[in-house]
Design a protein around this ligand. Sequence first.
Ligand code: ATP
Ligand code: PRP
Ligand code: MG
Length: 325
Amino acid sequence: MARRIKPIKQHTFESSNFDTFERDNTMTESTRLRIAIQKSGRLSTESQQLLKSCGVKFTINEQRLIAHSDNMPIDLLRVRDDDIPGLVMDGVVDMGIIGENVLEEEQIERQTLNKPADCLKLRQLDFGSCRLSLAVPKEFSYKDPSSLEGLRIATSYPNLLRRFMQEKSITYRDCLLKGSVEVAPRAGLADGICDLVSSGATLEANGLYETEVIYRSMACIIQSTQTQTPAKQALIDKILSRVNGVIRARESKYILLHAPTETLAQIVALLPGAENPTVLPLNDDTNRVAIHAVSTEDLFWDTMEQLTALGASSILVMPIEKMMG
Ligand SMILES: Nc1ncnc2c1ncn2[C@@H]1O[C@H](COP(=O)(O)OP(=O)(O)OP(=O)(O)O)[C@@H](O)[C@H]1O
Ligand SMILES: O=P(O)(O)OC[C@H]1O[C@H](OP(=O)(O)OP(=O)(O)O)[C@H](O)[C@@H]1O
Ligand SMILES: [Mg+2]
């Protein structure tokens, strides 16, 4: 059931005064930002870690479905991942962290049922990478999706499957399973499956092979389309800006090395995604300089070897904890 966020009194929640409210944990329930995350499963640890990296302090009590942040007016609702898109779309929570696959599936479902299906996808995250694929038993001779014409397909994603099959004009029958989809063909419940794949180990273990990727997914962070108070919106913006900083830092490396001045330009050109590196003189050595650079990509071993071949030495590649600006 949709629930409107109550307006809040400006004097208790000044958007311009974040330093104060980060320490102030006395907001009433309606003024606190509610974020839904998966209680336990593939996304739960990384969702919690991401929020902690953004400076949100909280302690999870496994028995409790709600965790109150100690330093910010934020409550974490720990729920099944399937419930997260609906909670955000109905405005019951303000934000959620969810797989794009579950979000898209719920969106199609709700559009079909004429239920609220809108939310804002704030950004894709850097975890929860998987794909929704069709797979069939090893002995099945598969040419293209039409090989499944008239057959039964087991899935937990009936809407994404239907959209794909409609685009290919293929008729099929579905068998809805909430879990253990991979065992359906062997159990005689279906001819093929449409399920999530990451390493492919589960398909392999069940004598299946992947034939078609129908949807590629990552985790994402979403926001309700309900109008927020300026202060609450400012907190959402702040979380998003920190998420951006955390992900940029995780994707970047700090590189230090010594380089001969004569190959400096070639060495800088080899550093992946590094803009305007700092070049510093070395004590008592006019033929070599120190380079400090932030690279937006990892520095691979073969690039390290090419750098060494150009005379680079003392190469250090270090992780970055935080980034801003
Ligand atoms: N093998 C995988 N590797 C990486 N990410 C995955 C993998 N499988 C699923 N995911 C992503 O993580 C999400 C949650 O997966 P999980 O298997 O924990 O869901 P679940 O069993 O439905 O959990 P819940 O009990 O919350 O309903 C998926 O919807 C998908 O976005
Ligand atoms: O390709 P793989 O790396 O083997 O991953 C795929 C499996 O991962 C997910 O299940 P999960 O292990 O999360 O358990 P679940 O069935 O309880 O959701 C998904 O539903 C697949 O079964
Ligand atoms: Mg689920």
